[in-house]
Design a protein around this ligand. Structure first.
Ligand code: 4AZ
Length: 412
């Protein structure tokens, strides 16, 4: 059924008051005013196509897909959402909450911050673009950060509310104690049904691509995006050599960082770029995992929970993760512990050998005559053993220190 709600634009202001203009009625709604520094969520109604009777048309419209990378399945990235507009693939998105899908702001609003004049439909469980999986039931509520700037792509993220929870696993945003997951040089993964080449055709299947997180300075460089790259709200990832990248149609989809134990955290939203896979112009993602930003996002989510009056346990959901460590951290910690225990043992053995040597030396000092010859041999033997033990302990100490440093690098 097409629920074509007249678009109403109203702002939920931090001050805690909302002016709802619908016809002649002005309704005041009190929202959480505990976050005075939080920019307001621009919230309103989008036109939606819901599952009951809604048909999901397959499409071959000009769209996009990841350039390079390889085919994957939704089971590996079960939070992945396909967003269609008027039945055509429009954008990616991800479940960050049982009843909230996060996407790019530019997938929801135009350059004047008006909701796109299309009917939205959302799907999970899709390995194939445009078919299969399950359609999410939307409330019609959607919002973008009110500091989203279409011309610069600053704060390019938004939310779509569901009216019944999805059973698909959601993805949590990397938390303040998980900064190590997305340091420059770490490999993140972008997924989507977008273009397989700049200006190219849609991917018929979900694709994934590993992209290294790049230093802000790299993308700020004169040969790259220069001043257009705003490091406080953007994150860049990909290859300066070009060749592989996210592309049109992947927008709004997730950039995730793998963590130890086979889990993932959300670190970016596919946002923009100059072309796709061009040298020196890697993909730009909305920065969302910075603690100052996750705080704002968490407060938006709280606002949405209140505005939408979600049923039951679908409230107070923490959309920010904690405690996840980079891949290989736990193995590196185990290796470091093993080296430390090796060193402890070697150290003990060396101390014992040195003690034995002292004992023999004492005996030798007190010995007279014939016994000295035998004791001298014993002292020499004990010295060799003590020296060998000390050397072994020394090298074990070095190895333990090295393993400890490696674990520290792997875990932070
Ligand atoms: C887009 O227009 C788009 N190369 C998405 C990602 C990138 C460029 C453009 C990154 O949706």
């Amino acid at each position: 059924m097409i629920v074509d709600l007249k678009r109403r634009s109203f702002a939920y202001l931090l001050a805690g008051v909302v002016m709802l203009v619908a016809g002649l009625a002005t309704v005041l709604l009190v929202v959480d005013d505990s976050q005075a520094a939080t920019p307001g969520l621009e919230y309103g109604q989008i036109a939606v196509d819901n599952p009951d009777g809604g048909t999901a048309a397959t499409s071959s419209s000009p769209g996009s897909r990841i350039v390079g990378g390889s085919d994957t399945t939704f089971e590996k990235y079960p939070w992945q959402v396909q967003i269609t507009g008027n039945g055509q693939p429009l954008c990616g998105g991800m479940l960050i909450h049982p009843m909230i899908v996060m996407t790019a702001a530019h997938c929801l609003v135009d350059e004047n911050l008006n909701f796109l004049p299309v009917t939205f439909a959302l799907f999970t469980g899709r390995t194939q673009s445009g078919t299969g999986g399950e359609q999410l039931t939307l409330s019609g509520g959607a919002g973008v950060a009110n500091n989203y700037v279409p011309s610069t792509h600053d704060n390019d993220y938004g939310f779509i509310a569901l009216s019944s929870p999805s059973s698909r696993p959601r993805i949590q945003i990397a938390g303040a104690d998980e900064r190590g997951l997305w340091r420059a040089g770490r490999a993140a993964i972008v997924t989507g049904y977008g273009a397989i080449a700049e200006g190219g055709s849609q991917s018929p299947v979900l694709k994934h691509l590993a992209v290294p997180i790049l230093d802000d300075s790299t993308c700020q460089g004169a040969g790259s995006y220069g001043a257009a790259f705003h490091s406080s709200v953007m994150l860049c990832a990909g290859y300066m050599s070009g060749g592989e990248d996210s592309c049109q149609g992947d927008s709004g989809g997730p950039l995730v960082a793998p963590a130890d134990g086979g889990i993932y955290r959300l670190v970016g939203v596919v946002s923009w770029g100059v072309g796709c896979a061009r040298p020196n112009l890697p993909g730009i993602y909305t920065r969302i995992a910075e603690p100052s930003l996750t705080q704002i996002i968490a407060s938006y989510v709280q606002n949405i929970e209140q505005i939408e009056n979600f049923p039951g346990q679908n409230n107070g959901i923490s959309v920010v993760g904690s405690g996840a460590k980079p891949p290989g951290c736990s193995a590196a910690n185990s290796a470091a512990a093993a080296q430390q225990s090796k060193y402890n043992k070697a150290n003990k053995a060396a101390a014992k050998a040195r003690k034995a040597l002292k004992k023999q030396q004492k005996k030798l000092r007190r010995a007279k005559g014939k016994a000295r010859k035998r004791l001298k041999r014993a002292v020499n033997k004990a010295r060799t053993r003590a020296n060998k033990g000390t050397r072994k302990a020394k090298s074990a100490k070095k190895a333990a220190q090295k393993a400890k440093a490696a674990a520290s690098a792997a875990c932070n």
